[in-house]
Ligand binder design. Sequence first.
Ligand SMILES: C[S@@+](CC[C@H](N)C(=O)[O-])C[C@H]1O[C@@H](n2cnc3c(N)ncnc32)[C@H](O)[C@@H]1O
Length: 228
Amino acid sequence: MTTESENPDKSSPLKKGADAYRDPSWWYDIRGFFILMGTYQVMIWTHLAFFAKNLGERHLEAAIGSGTFLALTLFTKKITGGRLPEEIIGIDYAERMLKGAKKLFKNSKNIHLVQADLGNINYPDDYFDSVNIAHSFHAFPEPDKVLKELHRVMKPTAHLYVDVLLTPRGGCFRQAIATRVNRFCFKKGILARTCDPETTKAQFESNHFNVINSYIKGNTFHIIAAKS
Ligand SMILES: C[S@@+](CC[C@H](N)C(=O)[O-])C[C@H]1O[C@@H](n2cnc3c(N)ncnc32)[C@H](O)[C@@H]1O
């Protein structure tokens, strides 16, 4: 594993977003599991099966966080008999999160971790075979800037897999739980917005993505997109 750091400018508006993830990564992982159940209302293996389908030869894990979810995604791919990527780049702007990822992947020579803003990716055009954004799109302070950059660095044949947190839906009880958990996440600054499927799809299309497939499970909108 190698690491690289582009420390965000202290006065940057993104600094606030990165600061929201200053808790230790092990605590993030435990809390994240309950957030997943309470607000996304999708079982973790459903998420893992989704993202494990999109691991190309040169893979970008956008907003890798503590790395635990990527490690589980790679494990899922391995036990289902698929080919693992030759090279993985994990980008995140939160130092604390990356610290956890560095520890986790310290023996993985093909995983390169970069502390940077996804709105400004220091990789060439048409570079990646696959990009996953897991549990993060709704946390991006500037989602259009990120989509524009991802579009630039993706190969024309690459796919982008994303799970987007929707405004709570379903029965009263389910909605009440999700609303409560979301309130906590907004307060912590780890959630920027909840989304609705039509606007999100239009947002991808206006950033020159072709939404190949999309579906809803629980409060989660799954998107599979390619460059249009
Ligand atoms: C909810 S966490 C998800 C992390 C990981 N993908 C997972 O599933 O556990 C969201 C992550 O997005 C990162 N993030 C948000 N906006 C970002 C940006 N513009 N550039 C880089 N990282 C960003 C945060 O630092 C945080 O680690």
